[in-house]
Each structure stands twice: as C-alpha cells, then as structure tokens.
Design a protein around this ligand. Sequence first.
Ligand code: GDP
Ligand code: MG
Length: 314
Amino acid sequence: MRKRFSRLRDGLAKTRRAITEGIRGALGRGAGLDRAALDSIEETLIAADLGVETALHLIDGLRERFGASGAATEGGVREFLALEIEKALRAAERQGAQGEPGAPLVVMVAGVNGVGKTTTIGKLSRLHADEGRTVILAAADTFRAAASEQLSIWADRSDAQFVGGQLGGDAAAVAYDALDAAIARSADVLIVDTAGRLHTQKNLMQELVKVKRVLGKRLANAPHEVLLVIDANTGQNALSQASVFDEALGLTGLVLTKLDGTARGGIVVAIARELAIPVRFVGLGEAIDDIEPFDSAAFARGLLGVDGAPPETA
Ligand SMILES: Nc1nc2c(ncn2[C@@H]2O[C@H](COP(=O)(O)OP(=O)(O)O)[C@@H](O)[C@H]2O)c(=O)[nH]1
Ligand SMILES: [Mg+2]
C-alpha cells in the first residue's frame, strides 16, 4: 500500500511542485488573496493543464471562500483546491464494467500513436492475471509488423494468450476471431489492441467503429469497456482527442499514461470536469506494474500536496 501511494505521489511531483510554488508565490507578496494573487494562481493552474474553464471555476471558488477577508494561508488555499478538485473528479466516476457471467469481459483499447496503448494492455493483462483471470490479448493493430510482435511479448510477460492477424489484414476480422477464441476457450478477459490513429483521420476512426461493431455481433454488449489511452504530456489537445473518440466509440473510461515525469498532470481534472469521462487507470512508468487504478481523492491530494504522506525518500 505504502509503495503504491508513493508511486502516484512521485508521478505527480513535478505538477505538484509547479502548483504549490505558484500558490506560495501568489500569497508571498503579503497582500493575501487579492486580485493579482488570484490571477497568478489562475495562471499556475492553466500552466499545469487544468484547462481554462476548470481554472476559472476554481478561482471563483477561491474568491467566494476567502474573498471578503482576503486572509488566506497557503495551506488553506491548497486544502480548498484539493477538495474542489476531488469533487470534480468524483463527479465523473462511474462503475467499471462487469461483463456477463459465463462470457469473457471484452475491453477495447484505442488512442493516438505512441501514447502507450500496447504497454497499458500488458499492464492491465498482468492486473487481471494477478486476480486469477485468464486473459487473451488480440492484436487488431495490423498496420505495423512490430505491433503484433510487441503485443505478443506483453502476452508472454503477463501470462496471457495471444491472438494475432496478418500484416495489413482487416482489424475487425482479427477482433472477431479473437473473441471467437476467447469464447471457445472460456477466457475471462479479452483485451483488443488497435492501431494508433489521429482522431482527425476519418477513415481510420471508421475502422475503429467497425471493430467495435463486429465485437458486438459476436457477443451481445461487447465491448464492455472502451478505453482511450492518453499521454499526460499531450496538454489541452487531450480534450479534443477524448471528445472525438468518445463521439465515435462511446468511451467508458480513460487511461492516462506517462504521469511519471510530467508537469501537466492537471489534464486529468480538465477531462473529468469538462467531458465527464472517468479516468480508470494511470500509467506511472514503462514496467509491467507501473499502473494504478485511479483514485480521485489520492490524486487531488497528491496534486496539491495535502496528502500528508511521508517524504518519498523515507
Ligand atoms: N514513462 C512512461 N512511459 C510509458 C508509459 N506507458 C507507455 N510508455 C512508453 O511509451 C512508448 C510507446 O508505448 P506503446 O505502448 O508502444 O504505445 P502505443 O503506440 O500507443 O501502443 C513506449 O516507449 C513505452 O515504454 C508510462 O506510463 N510512463
Ligand atoms: Mg501499440
């Protein structure tokens, strides 16, 4: 438990430092939460990628909470922001998909190139295997030869089975065959990897829609989860990625990768608040266990440094 807690805390270190230093600087002029201080905190929040809309909402809240007296302490401001952010994250939470008894849980994973889809699938596969579930990974990324190979390596690492397709083959056909195999072998979970694409590439988005539709033909209600993987360093473009993929596929959740080392962790808050899509997992490194289920409270506190955790080095 201790270790997992610290990992998220470490991942948020850069974003937290930027935010807490910004708040300290704003209040450090000794004029309390005056207009200039609020402006400066607003800039800090926007720089951490919380988004303009969310930043304005938080600043309004601060003005209301501390406005009249203007006598705000650094700790008080941090506590207030952590609570407001936790509220925003909780509002987007939704129950995870269960799948149906006697049939595999089908998870489809999408996202633009290089965000960490395949790596995330390997990590998720490991999490399921650790819970005693049998997992099949399907390589419906048929664009690159290396893609299939990469996924099969993750299958080995996570004790999952692997179903691939031919290079340049039909992604939907691979997905269909893999679900067929998952049902025949009574697998508990099928995770479908897809080729990276820009959300602006209409024909490729159509292919994804087809993958989704075909899964539903083989098994009613599949896929049960449609996850969009987003690189935490993407910045505000993540918002448009999420909204376009959501429109095409109906996302059930997000995975935010590469939270380790980014100073832009606030994007999670912007997405949750503006799109109401829940974050399911965060990626905190390249190794198989560098993943954590998303925890709204831990995230909000880690972002503002009010989690009371002992220092990382302890
Ligand atoms: N630091 C860090 N790197 C990651 C994380 N997730 C994935 N990566 C790296 O991002 C790169 C692209 O990952 P990949 O899974 O191939 O992306 P895909 O193209 O979306 O399938 C690889 O070098 C991964 O090791 C993460 O959470 N943290
Ligand atoms: Mg990939």
